[in-house]
Design a protein around this ligand. Structure first.
Ligand code: UT7
Length: 321
């Protein structure tokens, strides 16, 4: 399988750290020093399928694949427009793609890695030939802008890849993991059961993202190390064989700590968190699109993408570009 092209999109409005100090008790210095974030894009009404559509359209335009030949559309998201239809079905409709399998993947910030693993497996098994795989989030719609633990961290955006069947398979290894987080350290609570037979005791109505940052931080350090170490070991590779590691952009301190622990040059880790914040499922494909546009990805380069987040979920993929 080949990875043919990339695309990305972020809403126009950029919310800087200074602006956040007018909303919650925080400072630009704290946010930048503790997370690496300077600004993030925030939707002015566009929903997740709108962002996904823009990123997907760009990826298709950058490819040599015709719309009618796309037979799989996957959207990784934790902020879908609706329970149903899926965001992927909506994107399929907006793009005018006929006769494609379309569904969403919800796997926290690991969503895009899971989605790429699924698309790759479906292509290898002959179920699909050309896939559009998107990570898209409008996290601002589930953020509480009075909660400084979360509202300073997350942003909105989308990234996309087009993949096609190729005998020379570029997806070299897929490592996916998950373990139920009984403490719900990251969650977006949604609708409670209120029906003719039952009245919920919990009055909360609107979905809101909550995070126990400290606990997730500890998990993230272990997960990211494991994701890199397992891929290297299973493929008899060393750090030197890898051109770039593209981690989920959660916090630059997580990446810096793991780089030090594993003895990997920090410059091998692609980071753009300062401009986007944490965009969950979208962070890795946005980074890949940016790297591609900058000409950083050369044919034959080995890269590792590594995601970790709610679920808990974590996963990494070894790609030869
Ligand atoms: O995307 C899915 C995966 N997500 C992650 O991997 C996120 C992992 N977690 C993190 O990145 C970090 O835990 C955070 C960025 C969320 C928080 O950073 P931290 O260094 O763990 O901060 P903390 O929660 O331990 O808080 C340290 C101090 C506290 O004050 P005291 O008790 O030391 O006086 C907090 O009250 O910083 C305070 N604080 C803030 N101060 C200013 C917490 N949030 C803020 C804030 N502005 N926004």
């Amino acid at each position: 399988m080949s990875l043919i092209s990339t695309g990305s999109y972020a809403p126009k409005f950029s919310l800087g750290n200074d602006h956040l100090t007018t909303l919650v008790d925080t400072s630009s210095e704290w946010i930048e020093k503790r997370t690496g974030i300077k600004k993030r894009n925030i939707s002015a009404g566009e929903n997740t399928s709108d962002l996904a559509y823009e990123a997907g359209k760009q990826a298709i335009e950058n490819s040599n694949v015709n719309l009618e030949d796309i037979d799989l559309v996957l959207v990784a998201t934790i902020t879908p427009d609706h329970f149903t239809p899926s965001t992927a079905s909506m994107v399929q409709g907006k793009l005018g793609i006929k006769n494609a399998v379309a569904f969403d993947i919800s796997a926290g910030c690991t969503g895009f890695v899971y989605a790429l693993g699924i698309a790759s497996s479906m292509i290898k098994n002959g179920i699909a030939k050309n896939a559009l795989v998107i990570g898209s989030e409008v996290l601002s719609k589930v953020l509480d802008y009075t909660d400084r633990n979360t509202c300073v961290i997350f942003g909105d955006g989308a990234g996309a890849l087009v993949l096609t069947k190729d005998l020379n398979d570029k997806i070299k290894d897929i490592y996916l993991q998950g373990e139920y987080d009984t403490a719900h350290n990251i969650q977006i609570q949604s609708v409670n059961v209120n029906n003719a037979m039952h009245t919920s005791q919990d009055a909360s109505t609107l979905p809101k993202l909550s995070m126990n940052g400290g606990e997730v931080y500890k998990f993230a350090l272990g997960a990211l190390s494991e994701l890199i170490e397992v891929i290297l070991e299973r493929n008899n590779l060393t750090n030197d064989d890898i051109k770039y590691i593209v981690p989920h952009q959660a916090n630059f301190r997580i990446i810096e700590t793991v780089a030090k622990k594993l003895g990997i040059d920090i410059n091998k880790f692609y980071m753009n968190i300062e401009n986007y914040g944490n965009t969950s499922s979208a962070s890795i494909p946005i980074a890949l699109a940016e790297m591609n546009n900058l000409g950083l990805l050369k044919k034959g380069d080995k890269i590792i993408i590594a995601g970790f987040g709610a679920g808990l979920t974590w996963g990494s993929i070894l790609i030869e570009w």
